[in-house]
Design a protein around this ligand. Sequence first.
Ligand SMILES: Nc1ncnc2c1ncn2[C@@H]1O[C@H](COP(=O)(O)OP(=O)(O)OP(=O)(O)O)[C@@H](O)[C@H]1O
Ligand SMILES: [Mg+2]
Length: 512
Amino acid sequence: MIIGPNLFPLVLSRLHRWTMGHSVTFFDNDFAGRIAQKQTQTARAVTDVATEFVNVVAFALASILGSAAFLVGIDGWGAVAMLLWLVSYFFLIRFFLPKIRAYSAKRASARATVTGQVVDTITNIKTVKLFAHSEYEDRAALGAMMGFRERALDFGRISTWFRFSLMFVAGALPVVLIGGTFMLWREGQATAGDIAAAGAIAMRLSQMTGWVSMALMGVWGSIGEVEDGMATLSPAHSLTDAPDAEVLGRVAGRVDFDQVSFAYGRAAGGIDAVDLHIAPGEKIGIVGASGAGKSTLVALLLRLYDVEKGAILIDGKDLRAVTQESLRRNIAMVTQETAMFNRSARENILYGRPDASEDEMIAAAKAAEAHDFILGLEDHMGRKGYDAHLGERGVKLSGGQRQRVALARAFLKDAPILVLDEATSALDSEVEAQVQDALLRVMRGKTVLAIAHRLSTIAELDRIIVLEAGHIVEQGSHAELLAAEGTYARYWNRQSGGFLGTEDPEAEEAAE
Ligand SMILES: Nc1ncnc2c1ncn2[C@@H]1O[C@H](COP(=O)(O)OP(=O)(O)OP(=O)(O)O)[C@@H](O)[C@H]1O
Ligand SMILES: [Mg+2]
């Protein structure tokens, strides 16, 4: 009662905190379900080890010491026999428990893989249904489950041998002790009472040891699960604050990319030798083909990954020399895949600045053109407006609504550097034009990096850079780039052509 309910949350909360400290790469490379499963599995196994150990050790030691004392009282040889028996019992355990631990670790790992697979399917349930691939998913899950079954059978095999050997050894004890006392009695060296006492102790001990060994099997099995969980979760964080990291105050907003290369640990891809210097308050538009490295560039600015070559500086300070928290406090970002928490609209917006007042929160929502549709929200529990929950990853909102909540969140954060990765791509032109006005207001005095495929949204920014396969191939103002008749001009002409008279009056005007 004291250990279990307290230890489990204690261990789980620490594990969870540690897991959250891992770099984005850690999560990129694993299944969410598998990680979650390993957290709970490890916390539960640690709790089991502790409670079982307290139970078994206290109980077993008392029983064994007590029995030995009685046996010495009856007859020294009996105690010797028991000692010999205990030694063989000990060796049996020594032989089996490490194996049980190893097989249990493998079984736990296979179990976590099943969870990973199942959660991956459930998370993508819409895609599964759209492509009518239930059977395919079933097979994928079954594959993982078969893996688990194999590992569970391995574990079952070793634990069966363990129990079989133990029963054999445990069964020998009463035979030796009762038989031995019987022999002594025949020679007149023991009484009938001694036989009865030795019998009772032997029976008790052999039952006890059966129970103890089952418990030990559980403990070692749990240790195996802990080891498996730790192997995944506990490696040192790969992206950490330097020991002497400075806390970055509110910055002026100067950003320097010095010969920055990064390719997600591969030989090529990502971005290569990018040199980009942004003055405080300057507004930069970033354009380029899909996969050119635009999102990668801004992810590096937020230090979601460490640069492989070169350095990024904010106000002249290397990102690696300041704490990650203080760095990210200085940057408000709307990401390309805007994901929401399955919490209320209010909580999702306040995520930008939890201590903001209700009025500030609503003002941000209004600026992002989110206020009106939020007032109309209602979730399955009947919560309305700002209290309505948005569904996992925000699935209960349309793509454009999700983007507006994300914008509101970024507006509320009011950081000196604003990063927009396709932040208005899902909005219809009318709403986009309104949000664009709000954006211009919010951008005032801030350093801005805005990525966009729809060029009209960034044409008015101070400088536009064009990325191609990780390199900056052109930069300059909209007019300069058009005059240069390079990649940007080509993009522009194609887009304004495409949008002429259809949906984008601004692009049309500019193209004329
Ligand atoms: N987490 C990741 N791990 C490994 N490689 C990645 C990762 N994210 C992106 N990449 C690769 O890095 C390259 C650049 O991707 P990035 O997301 O920066 O492109 P982008 O310019 O933002 O494209 P888009 O316009 O489609 O958003 C691509 O080749 C992509 O496959
Ligand atoms: Mg991108």
